[in-house]
Design a protein around this ligand. Structure first.
Ligand SMILES: [Zn+2]
Length: 296
C-alpha cells in the first residue's frame, strides 16, 4: 500500500468514526464573532441553554455564546460563558462579571489595588475583595474576614449586574441601611469594621463607609472614602460623576444623595453640587450665582 492510499484510509476512518462522535456530543466552534454551539442534530443553538460536559452555557439569538453578562432569562454567566450558580464549586468563590479585571498587589502597603485612585484609603477591605475576585483563597482569610466574605456572597446572590450605576449605588445603600443601625454608645474599635456592620448589625461612620466601599466595589462601582477628621463617608461614581453618599446618616435615602445635580461654574470651572430643591446657588469657589441645570 502506498502512502497516498494509507492517508485516504486514515481520512475515511476519521469521516466514519470521527464525525459521528462530535455530532452526538455537540461541539463548540470558534468564529470571528464568538463561540457557537453545534447541537447533536447538526443545528446551531440559538436563544437557549446547552449542557456541555456538565456545564451550562447560553447561546444568544444569533447563536453566539454569552459571557460576562446576564442572560435574557436573568442568569449570570462568567467570562468563560459558564453559568454562575449561586456558589460555583469550581474556583471555590462567588463569581462576578468583574473577576478578570486588572489589579496589583502593593507589598509596601500590603494591599491589593484594584483602583489606584480609591484603594489607598487607610480603611479598606481589599483582602475580602481579592477573595471575591478569586485571587486570595477564602481559606486564607481571617475568621472575621471569612464571615464578611460570606455576607458579601449572600449579597451578590441574584444581584442584577445589568442595573445602572445609580441603581447599584442605591441597592448597596439600602442593603447596608437595612442591615445595620448606628451605634449610639461609646466608641469601640469594632464600630469601624465591616464585620460589625454586616454581621453584628451596628457600627459608626467608619464602619459604614468602608462597608459601602466594599459592597460598591464588588458590584463593579468605583467608590472612594471621604473624611474630614471627625466623620467619614463615601464618594460613589455614578456614570463617571463622584456622588457624596453617607450610609451612616439616619432618616435619609439613597435618592437624596444620588439624585443631586452637579454643574460646572461657567466662570471658574468649579464643580458645584446642588441641594435637591435648590434652583440656584453662589459658586462655592468664586461666588458667582449659578443655576441648577435640573430646573433650567
Ligand atoms: Zn465659580
Amino acid at each position: 500500500m502506498n502512502k497516498r492510499k494509507l492517508w485516504s484510509l486514515v481520512v475515511l476512518c476519521l469521516l466514519v468514526f470521527g464525525c459521528p462522535m462530535s455530532v452526538f456530543a455537540g461541539t463548540f466552534e470558534e468564529t470571528s464573532s464568538g463561540w457557537r454551539y453545534r447541537k447533536d442534530d447538526g443545528n446551531y443553538a440559538r436563544s437557549e441553554w446547552v449542557l456541555d460536559q456538565g456545564v451550562y452555557y447560553y447561546l444568544d439569538g444569533d447563536g453566539i455564546m454569552m459571557a460576562d453578562t446576564t442572560t435574557p432569562d436573568g442568569y449570570l454567566v462568567g467570562g468563560d460563558g459558564s453559568w454562575v450558580t449561586e456558589r460555583q464549586v469550581t474556583g471555590g468563590y462567588v463569581r462576578t462579571p468583574y473577576d478578570n479585571c486588572p489589579y496589583f498587589y502593593d507589598p509596601k502597603w500590603q494591599t491589593f489595588i484594584f483602583d489606584e485612585t480609591t484603594d489607598y484609603a487607610g480603611v479598606n477591605d481589599t483582602l475580602v475583595m481579592s477573595a471575591v475576585r478569586g485571587i486570595t483563597p477564602v481559606s486564607e482569610l481571617s475568621e472575621k474576614n471569612k464571615a464578611v466574605y460570606e455576607e458579601v456572597c449572600m449579597f451578590l446572590t441574584g444581584f442584577d449586574y445589568g442595573a445602572s450605576d445609580y441603581e447599584k449605588a442605591k441597592k448597596v445603600y439600602e442593603e447596608i441601611t437595612g442591615r445595620a443601625v448606628y451605634h449610639e454608645g461609646k466608641y469601640m474599635q469594632a464600630d469601624d469594621e465591616a464585620y460589625s456592620i454586616l454581621v453584628t448589625g451596628t457600627g459608626k461612620c467608619v464602619g459604614f463607609a468602608r462597608t459601602y466601599k466594599l459592597l460598591a466595589n464588588v458590584v463593579g462601582l468605583k467608590c472612594g472614602i471621604r473624611e474630614d477628621g471627625a466623620h467619614m463617608w463615601n464618594a460613589v461614581y455614578v456614570d463617571g460623576e463622584d456622588m457624596v453618599i453617607d450610609a451612616s446618616t439616619i432618616g435619609t435615602s439613597a435618592d437624596f444623595y444620588l439624585g443631586r445635580q452637579k454643574a460646572e461654574c461657567p466662570y471658574c470651572g468649579h464643580k458645584n453640587t446642588f441641594g435637591n430643591r435648590e434652583t440656584g446657588r453662589p459658586c462655592a469657589n468664586c461666588g458667582i450665582q449659578i443655576q441648577n441645570p435640573k430646573y433650567n
